[in-house]
Design a protein around this ligand. Sequence first.
Ligand code: PEP
Ligand code: MG
Length: 635
Amino acid sequence: MKTEAPPGPRGADGKSAEARDGKSSESRDGKSAKAEGRGKGARRGRELSIKGIPISPGVAIGTVYDTAEAPAAAPRRNITAGQVEAERARLNAAIAASRKQVSKLKARLAILPEEAQEELEPLLDAYSMMLGESRLIRGARKRIEAELLSAETAVDDEAEAIANAILQARDDDKAGLRRRAGEVHEIARRLTRNLTESGFRSFKDVPEGSILIAEELTPADAALLDPSRIAGVAAAEGGADGHTAIMLRALGIPSVLGLPGLTNALSRGDQAVLDGGAGTIVLRPGAEALAAGREASVAYAKERTRLGKLRRLPAVTTDGEEMELQANLEIPAELPLIAQAGAQGVGLVRTEFLFMNRQGLPDEEAHYEAYRQIVEGTDGAGVTIRVLDWGGEKDMEALAEGIEPFHAGPNPALGLRGIRMLLRRPELLEVQFAAILRVASLGKVRILLPMVTIPEEVSKAREIYDRVVKRVRRRGVTLPEKLPPLGVMIETPGAALAADAIALEADFFAIGTNDLAMYTLAVDRAEVEVSHLYDPLHPAVLRLIQFATEAALRLRMPVSVCGEMAGNPRLVPLLMGLGLRSLSMNASAIPRVKQMVRALNVDDCARFARRVMEQSDPLRIQELVMSFVPGEGKG
Ligand code: PEP
Ligand code: MG
């Protein structure tokens, strides 16, 4: 559990002084106290309010569901005698998959500090042994046949029997016995996960209307959440612009991350009020907090209805300048939301979803089906498909499985991420290019390359693209006369500063401000401890955006912003003033951004941007941005 002061949650501008103080308070009769450091069970029954990072707006009132309590085992299942062979084969496949995973973990040991290696090595050796001809494996195989049990049930029963025997052994080292029993259960869980081919967590059993609580949620976990069942999400870890946050916003689930001490502060069955816009959670709310939660919920619903009326109105400034407002898409389930929001197409399809929570790699058909659904679901308004951006926090077990030898490197965010990995494994790029080309006749499609830092990466990708075009044509696929353009994400300082050279190789730019801010400021976008330093309004980031935008505009090349900045209405005057006319954001942000665009005038924006760009103090820039009033032309 983290007991440090909470990190600085952000307001509309990306940060707020009040939030930086951290508000964790326990209250009864108006008294309050810091919540940090309280262990589980502390002052049960009292109302406790914790402040974190606002991630996705909306208010949830419900019972908490702690993911740590989620059952790891699959339901018990019997089989018939005729199914024994198939069940044993399933078990063998799961053993092979588990062995591979453990050897991969071992391969990564070398990059850990020596003490960690010393601790982990014997553990992984024990796992490897258990996955050999161990008592666990022999016993599970026997149970499948003798007791007609499914592989999952057989593994579970055998692990339970072995663990019990270990715990009952005559040995004074009780902690050692517990540790060994725990190892048996851990291997059984890994086998079960591989047997069920589910992700490493399942949220299917979460009772409807619950507020999901986790210490940490990965982007792949978030992809498994069903927004119609889960009322809200709260986690102790996570930053505002990490992929988990982006996924939660995409799903429209009210969410707060970076809540210090959260998991230790709650008990099973607690009620909670979560306000995703304010970035707060109140555990065990009293009558007053409940009433305030209900009021906030009604206000949020009214605001949504009001903004919904903007859907059919154009995004045009008061002096007639048109803005293109597109949506980012994380998973195809967002398509109805995107349509509702009145997006002019999709400016960024993050294709990582195709690789999440699965064992094998998706084939061309799987890509094609997903892209077809997206292109058809947006009425041909234009879809920009970004090829796989694997790496950094987007660590997908599935992809790691499909790519051997896998090596994340000492710093995955600076390693084989995005285009670097795709050029190392061109077969992955070829599959995506082919599938994208096949949907090009269904609507306007563009292709986007992630994590480019040098022009050569673009020219190499283009060579592969040309090859795939020929191959697809040979297969008899009809391609449109104008092939999908090949664009580049500008999301590293290197790419931004070399934008003029990269622009010569690219057909368009999409500025990824999330990574651009992360790499410029050396602040991990998903790391709660440094989230107060993550600031897309830092002058260094703004200057890079300006440099890249101007490089594109000089060549009359399309340029857009598709990082989270684009969805913040307060930043629209500045981005427009820098010359940007195309923004892509999470769908739910479109109405508010459109409202802002419709109140602006281009000259005011240009003047405002000049004023901002003269500043070198991030705090002064925050002030200017927060005090800009549309129509008054001043900040
Ligand atoms: C970005 O980095 O701003 C971006 C849009 O890409 P992603 O968030 O998927 O890394
Ligand atoms: Mg990025």
